[in-house]
Design a protein around this ligand. Structure first.
Ligand code: PEP
Ligand code: MG
Length: 756
């Protein structure tokens, strides 16, 4: 018999039982009879959760006296193991399994084979349905599928008949109910507390049995069409590259999206009487089981992709397409996502967003930079998220320590709040440094500027006392707009920013779109050309060719800065002529404004970013053209190490304190001595204590960093003797280790400089 036919036969009979007026216990008794009969199994039993234990609720074949007597803890015995792991077991010889536990009251000793499936409600196992057989044989796939289908139907019955306590239904395993700690990689330091919200909420399946099979088929057919369309669009967007989801993943997505086998199996499940949603979920459960049997980490990754896609399909079918941002955050939130794009993060209400937990993510991905700018703590590369965190769970995120406590005990929550208060005190202490100029112990004034990108960020200037904005990422406005921002809107933003900065300088970086900063209105063009967007048609390369874009930005900046000083910086300059070409666009606009008798900026200072290593070799040619140079260590290091900054697998591989980076940066500094050009660093590196020490030790005197780091770095600067530090750095760099982290930590510790 085909899987569909056998399942349909069972479903038809189950439907009758479910529709009958019997009480719930009666229905369960009937269900075990039907399943046992249809699968020719001597035993069929249903265990349901009661008071945190799995209790035998109904059985055919085991001693009836064991009903409501036999109870297992989660994780105990085969049944407990199924519930704990929410997975299917299919064993020819139950006793041979390490989790097997004998329960004499059931009289099960004569049965050899065993198969069981979890009964899942709201993503948790709330019970187990199992069959046992005297003859030692593994159950066939169709039989397992029939069991899984039945388990889905049972979950509906359980929900309607309230057979399982709400508390039990909502959580089950200790992993799911008790306090748990997840660890990840610190991406943005800080503490945050709130309730878990999944960026892409899961669909709850409320109806399992179909009323009209044809209609369900049609729904799934249309959903497949829509999903394929979405995947094709994703494929044509550079945005897909965010967070290291590369070609390979994309290929897998496409492969799954167009996989005839997948859609066929879903259709078969519908044929057996399930709704589209239930069919998708059932097939997914089955695939999960198959994948788990194959112990291969590569396949586990693929499984993740398929889960993603199945969830997407479910959301489409259920008409639940938006992300959590579109529904709005209702309370303090810790956001959970596999990965996010910078624009996606910006859609969230900053006041309610208290932290982010990513399953992927890396330090210099733009979403992390945006989070840093929003002052939202983030951990990435977090394992076990989906099996541990439920929507709505309370979470204490300690991103500085790289962990998240899920469902904390009250005393833990209290201790966290105390730490939180202390950290706020510390922040306040940093804030008290705002009016203190950062002089080193030896009396050198260090420029500590801040990075910004949004109008809102400007309030941090006064709060931190930064010396100005060393990097204003103008593309943020482009990222948050659905269409290319018009000149008026750009001018307004730049004027507001300059007004907010008052006397302090603001270095506007012209748009750096492309790479992991894709915008929908340019995405197709970017993706059409780029296999490797970080090294592709981005930043100045794109801006110079889309001259209209550059012209509009130049006009906007020049008009906004009328009567004041304007600092303009070009990103990703690779050769000096690119700087000239960009400057020419500004010169032409200046000339135009002059003919219009418009008020011009008092002075325009032009600078470049050093992000492409090649530029370092022609500094002698470039420097005479510049008034300042800013090193973008985020991009520079990804190019020096040939390591994609957004690839989570490389997130921890190379260290900013490696000799190659530090020697490179030292050489740039040495080669520009006497040029009169103001040189600084505006990458994330400068905002970290040890890295900032290293930069000071190789000659850098201007850092532009994330606002939250201004206080800590000012404090650090005040404890440093530059001559001493420089000697130490030069010594370490003569015969270095793989990284200078240890040396610098010890050096800092000896001087009571905080260095975590
Ligand atoms: C950099 O690359 O270091 C930089 C500051 O620019 P962005 O991070 O915006 O690419
Ligand atoms: Mg850059």
């Amino acid at each position: 018999m085909s899987a569909a036919a056998s399942a349909r036969q069972i479903l038809t009979r189950l439907t009758e039982v479910m529709a009958s007026r019997m009480h719930a216990q009666g229905k369960l008794d009937q269900v075990v009879e039907i399943i046992g009969e249809c699968l020719s199994s001597e035993v069929c039993s249903i265990y349901l959760l009661r008071d945190g234990m799995l209790e035998l609720f109904a059985t055919r074949g085991l001693n009836q006296s064991a009903v409501h007597v036999t109870r297992m803890a989660i994780g105990e015995g085969l049944t407990g193991a199924i519930a704990k792991k929410v997975e299917t077991l299919n064993l020819a010889e139950a006793k041979a399994h390490p989790d097997f536990q004998y329960r004499p009251e059931t009289g099960e000793e004569k049965f050899h084979s065993f198969a069981g499936v979890p009964i899942v409600y709201r993503e948790r196992a709330v019970g187990v349905l199992c069959v046992q057989h005297v003859e030692p044989r593994r159950y066939e796939e169709v039989e397992i599928e029939a069991l899984q289908t039945t388990a889905m139907v049972l979950s509906e019955l359980i929900a309607n008949a309230e057979l399982v306590d709400e508390e039990d239904a909502l959580g089950l395993t200790a992993e799911m109910t008790g306090p748990q700690t997840l660890s990840g990689l610190t991406l943005v330091k800080g503490l945050g507390a709130g309730h878990a919200v999944y960026h892409q909420p899961r669909v709850e399946i409320t109806q399992v049995m179909a009323q009209d099979i044809e209609a369900e088929r049609e729904r799934v057919y249309r959903a497949f069409d829509k999903m394929r369309e979405q995947i094709d669009t994703l494929a044509s967007q550079a945005e897909f590259g965010v967070g290291g989801e590369h070609e390979e993943v994309l290929e897998t997505y496409k492969m799954f999206a167009y996989d005839e086998g997948w859609s066929r199996r879903i259709n078969e499940s519908i044929d057996s009487g399930l709704t589209a949603e239930a069919a998708i979920e059932r097939v997914q459960q089955h695939t999960r089981m198959r994948m788990r049997e194959i112990d291969d980490p590569l396949l586990a990754d693929r499984m993740h992709d398929l889960e993603d896609l199945a969830n997407r399909l479910l959301r489409i079918v259920a008409g639940q397409v938006g992300t959590a941002a579109s529904q709005g955050l209702r309370r303090d939130t810790i956001l959970i996502a596999r990965n996010l794009g910078p624009a996606e993060l910006l859609e969230y209400d900053k006041r309610r967003l208290k932290g982010v937990i990513l399953e992927e993510g890396s330090l210099t991905a733009h979403v992390v930079i945006v989070a840093r700018a929003m002052n939202v703590p983030v951990i990435g590369r977090t394992k076990g998220v989906r099996t541990t965190i439920r929507e709505g769970d309370e979470i204490l995120l300690d991103a500085s320590a790289g962990n998240a406590i899920v469902r904390p005990l009250p005393q833990v929550a209290d201790a966290f709040q105390t730490r939180f208060a202390k950290s706020r005190e510390k922040q306040a202490a940093y804030a008290s440094l705002k009016d203190i100029e950062p002089f080193t112990r030896c009396g050198t004034r260090i420029q500590v500027m801040m990075n910004a990108g949004l109008r809102d960020d400007m309030s941090a200037l006064a709060m931190t006392g930064a010396d100005g904005v060393g990097l204003f990422r103008t593309e943020f406005q482009f990222l948050v707009s659905a269409t290319l921002p018009q000149r008026e809107r750009q001018t307004k933003l730049y004027r507001d920013v300059l007004d907010a900065a008052g006397e302090k300088p603001v270095i506007f970086r012209t748009v750096d779109i492309g790479g992991d900063k894709s915008v929908p209105y340019l995405a197709s063009e970017i993706a059409a050309q780029d296999e490797n967007p970080a090294m592709g048609w981005r930043a100045l390369r794109l801006a110079l060719e889309r001259e209209g874009l550059m012209k509009i930005q130049a006009r906007s900046l020049l008009e906004a800065a009328a009567g004041r000083s304007l600092y303009v910086m070009f990103p990703m300059v690779s050769e000096p002529w690119e700087f000239d070409a960009a400057k020419t666009v500004f010169d032409e606009q200046l000339a135009f404004l002059r003919t219009q008798k418009k008020l011009l900026p008092e002075k325009v200072h032009f600078g470049a970013m050093l992000e492409v290593p090649a530029l370092a070799e022609v500094l002698d040619m470039l420097l005479p053209r510049l008034s300042f140079l800013s090193i973008g260590t985020n991009d520079l290091t990804q190019f020096l190490f040939a390591a994609d900054r957004a690839n989570p697998k490389l997130a921890e591989r190379y260290d900013w304190l490696s000799p190659s980076i530090l020697r490179f940066l030292r050489r740039v500094m040495q080669n520009s001595v006497g040029s009169g050009v103001d040189i600084g660093v505006c990458g994330e590196m400068g905002g970290r204590r040890l890295e900032a020490l290293a930069l000071l030790g190789i000659g850098y005197r201007r850092l532009s960093i994330t606002p939250a780091a201004v206080g800590p770095i000012k404090e650090l600067v005040r404890k440093v003797d530059l001559a001493e530090l420089t000697t130490a750095m030069n010594g370490w760099l003569t015969s270095p280790q793989r990284s200078l982290r240890e040396e610098l930590s010890a050096w800092a510790a000896a001087r009571e400089i905080e260095h975590d």
